[in-house]
Design a protein around this ligand. Structure first.
Ligand code: GLU
Length: 462
C-alpha cells in the first residue's frame, strides 16, 4: 500500500500543494504504508531545477519524509513508450494527424451548437503511422467511481474525449504518465487537488484498457483566500518556504494546513503524532477552506509555547544564522529559548530577542534612552553595579533580591529600577523579565553594560 505526492516542478511548492502532500503523507503513516514523492517533470518547457529544489527543500522543512523518491518522470520515458506501444498494438490507441486548423474549426462548430467540445474520432479507423497518439476512449457506458471526499461520481463516456497520450514530438502526456506511474508504483490511494477531478474518469478508462487495478481516489478541495476568492499573493505568501522565513514552526504550519479542510471535532491544536493517529480521509470537508493568516500566527504561537526546547532550538538555528548570531558567544541557547518562548510571536521574533544575549552593542535606543536614562536612574544604576558585583552566585533569584532591596532602601517602585536596568542590558528595553535576562546575559556583560549606561548618562548630562 502506498500513497504519493506528485508535484509538477513549474513553480515553488505552495501552501495548497503542501496540504495535499500532508494529507497523502498522513494517510501513508496512518496506514503503515509507504509515501512516494514523484516529480512530474514531463513538461520540459515549464519544469525547472529551481522549482525541483524548492519542492525538495519545502518537503524537508516540513518533515514530510518519503520512503521512495524523488522519482523523476523524465527518467521513465521508455516505460511510457512501452505502454503506449501496447495500447497501439491492442487497438486501444491510434495515430491522429488532424491539423490544428481542422481541430479549431471543429471546436468552434461544437461551441456554436452548444455541444461539449471534443475530438470527433476522425482518425480512429485510418490506420495512420504517425502524428499524435490518441487513446481510444470507450464510446458507450459510464465511468463510476467513489471518491473519499466527493462521494459517488458518474460520467458518461459520451462526454469524454479521445485524449492525446503522446504529442507529435513523441512526449507522453500527463494522463498517460500518471496512470502508468500510479500503477507501477503500486499506489493504493491517489490523493490530489480537486482541479484534477475531471481527469479521473479518463484515467480510469486507461487503467481498464491496460487491465490494471484502479486505485482509490480522494480529491481535496482548494484553499481560498480570506475573502473567498482563489488564494493568491494578495492573501499572503503562497510560497511555502516564505512561511519558514516568517518564523513559523514547520509543525505549526502542518497543524494549520491540516485544519484547513479537515477536522476532528473542535480540536485546533494537534501534534504531528496526533494528526497521524486521528487522520481519516472521510474527515476531509467537501468544500473549499479559507486561508486565515491570524489563525496561522495564533497556532504558531501556541506551538512555540509547548514545543520541546530541543526542537525549538533546531528550528531557531536557521533564523539565528540569518542574523549572524553565534550561540557559542553567550549563554546556553536552551535556557534562552525557554526564557523567551512565552513572549515570542514567531521564531523571527525569538531570534531577534536573542541578539542581546550573544552580541554586544555600542548604542542605546535613543527614544528609550531619553525617556528612561536621567540623573535619577543613574543613581539606581550605580547602586546596581555595586550590589550586583557582590553577588557570588549569579542566579535570577539573587538578582531579583538586589532589585527588591534597592526599591526598598530608596522607597521607589519596581519600574524605577527595572526600566533602566532592562534598557541598560538590552540596548532597546525589550528584555522580558529583567532578572532572568540579566542572569542569562551573565555577570561580566551585565556589569559592563550598566557601566556603559552610566557613561552614556554622564555624556548627555555634561
Ligand atoms: N502533477 C500534478 C500537479 O502538480 C498532480 C498530478 C496528480 O496528483 O495526479 O498538479
Amino acid at each position: 500500500m502506498k500513497s504519493r505526492f506528485a508535484p509538477s516542478p513549474t513553480g515553488y511548492l505552495h501552501i495548497g500543494g503542501a496540504r495535499t502532500a500532508l494529507f497523502a503523507w498522513l494517510w501513508a503513516k496512518k496506514n503503515n504504508s509507504k509515501f512516494v514523492l514523484r516529480i512530474e517533470d514531463t513538461d520540459k518547457e515549464r519544469s525547472t531545477q529551481v522549482s525541483v529544489d524548492a519542492i525538495l527543500e519545502g518537503m524537508d522543512w516540513l518533515g514530510l519524509d518519503y520512503d521512495e523518491g524523488p522519482i523523476y518522470q523524465s527518467d521513465r520515458t521508455n516505460r511510457y513508450n512501452e505502454v503506449i506501444s501496447e495500447l497501439l498494438s491492442n487497438g486501444k490507441a491510434y495515430y491522429c494527424d488532424c491539423s490544428i486548423e481542422r481541430l479549431d474549426s471543429m471546436r468552434e462548430g461544437q461551441i456554436t451548437k452548444k455541444e461539449k467540445p471534443k475530438y470527433d474520432g476522425c482518425c480512429r479507423n485510418k490506420g495512420l503511422k504517425n502524428g499524435v497518439i490518441r487513446f481510444l476512449n470507450p464510446v458507450d457506458g459510464v465511468v463510476n467511481f467513489s471518491d473519499y471526499v466527493k462521494g459517488e461520481i458518474s460520467i458518461s463516456n459520451s462526454e469524454l474525449d479521445d485524449l492525446i497520450i503522446s504529442r507529435s514530438d513523441g512526449s507522453p502526456t500527463y494522463n498517460l504518465t500518471v496512470v502508468v506511474d500510479d500503477h507501477d508504483m503500486e499506489i493504493e490511494c491517489v490523493i490530489r487537488g480537486d482541479d484534477h477531478i475531471n481527469n479521473t474518469p479518463k484515467q480510469i478508462n486507461l487503467y481498464e484498457a491496460m487491465d490494471w487495478p484502479i486505485p482509490k481516489f480522494a480529491h481535496v478541495p482548494m484553499i481560498l483566500g480570506s475573502d473567498g476568492s482563489r488564494l493568491s499573493k494578495r492573501h499572503g505568501a503562497l510560497n511555502l518556504l516564505s512561511y519558514r522565513d516568517q518564523g513559523l514552526l514547520p509543525h505549526a504550519l502542518l497543524n494549520y494546513i491540516v485544519r484547513l479542510g479537515w477536522s476532528n471535532g473542535d480540536q485546533e491544536i494537534f501534534s504531528v503524532d496526533e494528526m497521524i493517529k486521528l487522520f481519516e480521509l472521510s474527515g476531509i470537508n467537501n468544500s473549499p477552506a479559507s486561508f486565515n493568516q491570524e489563525k496561522l500566527e495564533w497556532i504558531n504561537q501556541s506551538h512555540i509555547k509547548t514545543t520541546e526546547v530541543k526542537e525549538l532550538v533546531s528550528n531557531l538555528k536557521w533564523h539565528l544564522d540569518q542574523l549572524s548570531i553565534e550561540i557559542d558567544n553567550g549563554p546556553n541557547i536552551n535556557e534562552v529559548v525557554d526564557a523567551l518562548r512565552d513572549r515570542s510571536k514567531s521564531l523571527v521574533d525569538m531570534a531577534q530577542s536573542c541578539i542581546m544575549f550573544y552580541k554586544d552593542f555600542n548604542e542605546f535606543d535613543s527614544a528609550q534612552a531619553s525617556k528612561v536614562f536621567n540623573s535619577e536612574s543613574k543613581l539606581v544604576l550605580v547602586e546596581l553595579i555595586t550590589k550586583l558585583n557582590d553577588i557570588d552566585s549569579w542566579t535570577a533569584e539573587n538578582i531579583h533580591s538586589i532589585i527588591k532591596s534597592i526599591c526598598e532602601t530608596n522607597g521607589i517602585g519596581f519600574g524605577k529600577v527595572g526600566q533602566p536596568f532592562r534598557l541598560a542590558i538590552s540596548g532597546d528595553g525589550k528584555a522580558g523579565s529583567v532578572h532572568i535576562s540579566a542572569q542569562l546575559v551573565g555577570k561580566t556583560r551585565t556589569l559592563s553594560r550598566i557601566k556603559m549606561a552610566v557613561d552614556y548618562i554622564d555624556t548627555i548630562n555634561s
